[in-house]
Design a protein around this ligand. Sequence first.
Ligand code: URA
Length: 191
Amino acid sequence: MTDLRADPFDALAAEAATCTRCGLAAGRTNVVFGVGNRQARLVFVGEGPGRDEDLQGEPFVGRSGKLLDRLMAEELGMDRTQCYVCNTVMCRPPNNRDPRPDEMAACRPYLDQKLALIRPAVIVTLGNVATRALLATNEGIRRLRGRAYPFGDAQLVPTYHPAAALRSGGEVVAEMRADLVRAKRLLAGRR
Ligand code: URA
């Protein structure tokens, strides 16, 4: 039998599958590690699993995910096999509340290791929670979006969470599209 642990990404996923580093472990159905291409040049980071994601063990499978997939296809010409999609925390916060700082801190080494193994050129953060966590700021997404930020060897492009776009409609969707076009330019080596 193949030893899955020989691959560092598989080893990390195996470790995450039994993680009890924070209280969210007690309420989860599945650890939502992430999905997509481990050699991707683009990684999306969301907030945390909702009900559908917890049940299916995959990020962004609900309504927000459908919008994300559509914008990904329309603005980047990509699907999930060409990028990687994960979250700031891997277990569902109760009643879809925001993950707490201690929960994000407990999960952060997993996110950092995923990013270190994938080594993307561009990271798109979806919404306030992911953007604030990775940029270590309290500033809101409205102010943060519209430019790219250096993040290690990558460029970080903040955009709205697709759930916010679903709530707010046209203008927010248009701004998300513009942010994805920025990500595409950066992937092509242009500013
Ligand atoms: N919202 C998120 O932030 N992540 C998911 O995986 C699903 C919804």
